[in-house]
Design a protein around this ligand. Structure first.
Ligand code: ADP
Length: 300
């Protein structure tokens, strides 16, 4: 397929700042200590994976998300937070065209992935989902063996060479190999919830995507499994760009490098990006009072 060359960098990020949105144009490096992004830090060159430009989403006549513009950077974890109904799922599912199956779904504006329009007329949706994988809230393994869950997508895409190694590698990256290596032929449904979710992550990464979208991946899990998923994100981001929706602010603070805070704005209560920036700024010194109220637990 043309136009989906992963190596094509997007160049210098361009920051479009619509009226109501705070976009910090000086994001911190992941390991930098907490400091406000007040324009005093040196600019850090980062590769942009997604450029979201004036994106609005409608379901029929109802606008779910409005006028959203920001950039998502490579090898970082970007968390999307906000109160229920503000469009977090709508947003993340739009990044890999997962909403296309909803008849009333309409999108305006642009989502550029490495500079290419995700919704361009010539774009192959299968290829979009190969490069931009997704893991859902509820673990949803196929009712097949552990092995076949991970081998299924590579096999369907004709990636049959070295399949056993590929399966092992994906399970190892998902921190599950040691727990399942002696029972690969067992049903995936015999695994615990946390193991099933790591299996779904292994399934997603078995076809070597570029981006992992995680929609509330730990909200159905116990605290121990949640901790293992969070730990996994720290290792996976060295290889993948991760976007996670979470309603759990502590989780966002623990795992994310960048945070996008959405809320319901205006009389129409449209999901709106209120503030976007590095995690320390959003949680310690947000620029917008609505962000401050949300992260301090005063609403939502
Ligand atoms: P969040 O993930 O922040 O809870 P959602 O993206 O699920 O928010 O929902 C945003 C808005 O879009 C809500 O008003 C919701 O009712 C609406 N919505 C979500 N999915 C659909 C759909 N399939 N059909 C119609 N409206 C939808």
């Amino acid at each position: 397929m043309t136009g989906w060359d992963q190596s094509a960098g997007a160049g210098t990020p361009e920051h479009v700042v619509p009226g109501r949105v705070r976009i910090h144009t000086e994001p911190l490096a992941p390991l930098q200590p907490a400091r406000a992004t007040n324009g005093l830090q040196p600019r850090i060159a980062r590769e942009t994976v997604f450029e979201i430009r004036d994106m609005s989403v409608y379901y029929g006549d109802n606008q779910a998300l409005g006028w959203t513009s920001f950039d998502i950077y490579r090898n970082l974890v970007t968390a999307v937070i906000g109160p229920s109904g503000c469009g977090k799922s709508t947003f993340i599912r739009s990044l890999n065209r997962m909403n296309d199956s909803i008849p009333s779904f309409r999108i305006k504006g642009e989502i550029l992935y490495h500079g290419h329009d995700v919704y361009g007329a010539a774009v192959n949706r299968v290829e979009v989902r190969r490069r931009i994988g997704m893991v859902f809230q509820k673990p949803n393994p196929f009712p097949k063996s552990i092995y076949h869950n991970v081998a299924w997508a590579p096999r369907n895409l004709g990636m049959r060479d070295g399949l056993d190694d590929r399966v092992e590698h994906a399970l190892a990256q998902a921190a599950l190999w040691d727990e399942v290596k002696d029972r690969l032929r067992d049903s995936a449904l015999s695994l615990s919830g946390g193991q099933q979710q790591r299996l779904c992550i292994a399934r997603a990464i078995a076809i070597e995507p570029d981006v992992l979208l995680l929609d509330e991946p730990a909200s159905a899990l116990d605290p121990v499994s949640t901790a293992s998923i969070e730990e996994l994100m720290h290792t996976l981001k060295t290889r993948y760009t991760i976007v996670i929706v979470t309603h759990n602010m502590q989780q966002a603070a623990r795992v994310a490098d960048q945070v996008a805070f959405f809320s319901l704005d205006g009389i129409e209560r449209v999901g709106t990006l209120i503030e976007y920036g590095d995690t320390n700024t959003i949680f310690r010194s947000p620029h917008d009072n609505r962000t401050r109220d949300y992260v301090t637990g005063q609403f939502g």
